[in-house]
Design a protein around this ligand. Structure first.
Ligand SMILES: [Zn+2]
Length: 330
């Protein structure tokens, strides 16, 4: 696309594939003053150095406030946001999960200033499906009369959630998931000790499989509890899970139940091959209808798990329900 670049590119594909990294790499290569013949940025010119330090004057990354806060906290080694949320008096204090209209309006001044050495300007919107309606409408007006020399990169795994009017203004690029052998080979190259296991646990998404998960110890503890001959006390287990956050606990339980349902139906497990025998034994005894109902409950719970009133009670309830499910086995 380099020779005839569109004004806007919509980069789509399954989650956890590295779409944002690809978009950032592409942006860097377009701004690089010494890009190689293969299109890769040199990594050493002033433009590359500014880009990698996060302050290239011709690049803007637009993300929901909550992602910006999480990135900043990860950088400073801080943990979690639960305490801040508990102390917040009003919902309006909570960081926004959407890309808001003022973030798009703020780009106006960026468009009006000349670019460094007369080059390109690039705006990366991630995840583009988080543009709220007002922001999407404002962006649409910009895309209808795009500023000269400006490229918009919209990155999303949920392209269908973008207004059709915005989509139609973008050149769409769909990224497919590489085959499993390629992903495992890549993970091994990233220093992942057990690529088969890591990829299974991440549901086939390579980036989460390659990223050190700060909650990994808690997940391992929860899985040890779920797979034990006797389920530990749900209240004690919920307390130990508290730091991982209810979102994570919902996801881990949902994956465990998904494997349990598969085992119950006599199928192979997807996420926890290392617990295959235990899952087969547990799955043989559970009632399929109850397991499906519990799975649906977890999915509903996940949608409200961002800010439950009491994270520990929320987790306790889910684990007590799980204890009922496995103890009701016939
Ligand atoms: Zn460079």
């Amino acid at each position: 696309m380099r020779s005839r670049l569109p004004h806007a590119i919509l980069l789509c594909g399954p989650p956890g594939l590295g779409k944002r990294r690809l978009a950032e790499h592409f942006a860097q290569s377009l701004l690089c003053e010494n890009a190689g013949n293969d299109g890769n940025p040199c990594g050493t010119c002033p433009a590359c150095r500014w880009f990698e330090e996060g302050n290239h004057p011709d690049f803007r990354l637009v993300v929901p406030e909550i992602l910006a806060i999480e990135a900043a906290m990860a950088g400073s080694g801080a943990e979690g946001t639960a305490d801040d949320d508990a102390g917040a008096p009003k919902a309006s204090r909570a960081p926004s999960k959407s890309i808001r209209i003022d973030q798009i309006r703020d780009l106006e001044s960026f468009f009006q200033v000349g670019t460094h050495r007369g080059g390109r300007r690039i705006v990366l919107l991630y995840p583009a499906d988080r543009l709220n309606l007002e922001a999407a409408n404002t962006l649409l007006k910009v895309l209808e009369e795009p500023p000269a020399g400006t490229l918009f990169l919209l990155v999303t795994s949920r392209a269908h959630e973008l207004p059709a009017t915005v989509r139609s203004r973008c050149a769409r690029v769909d990224l497919a998931r590489p085959d499993t052998a390629t992903l495992q080979h890549w993970l091994a190259g990233q220093g992942v000790r057990d690529p088969v296991q890591a990829l299974a646990e991440a549901g086939g998404a390579p980036i989460p499989a390659a990223t050190d998960d700060p909650a990994a110890d808690i997940r391992a503890m929860l899985l040890a509890g779920l797979s034990a001959e006797r389920l530990p006390d749900p209240v004690a287990l919920a307390e130990k899970c508290e730091k991982a956050g209810p979102q994570n606990v919902c996801l881990w339980l949902a994956r465990w139940i998904s494997d349990l349902i598969a085992a119950n139906a006599g199928g192979g497990v997807r996420y926890h091959p290392q617990h295959g025998r235990r899952l087969a034994a547990l799955g043989a005894g559970i009632q399929a209808a109850a397991a499906h109902a519990y799975y649906r409950k977890l999915m509903r719970a996940r949608r409200t798990a961002d800010h439950p009133l009491n994270a520990r009670l929320f987790t306790e309830e889910l684990l007590i329900d799980y204890a009922r499910l496995v103890s009701a086995r016939s």
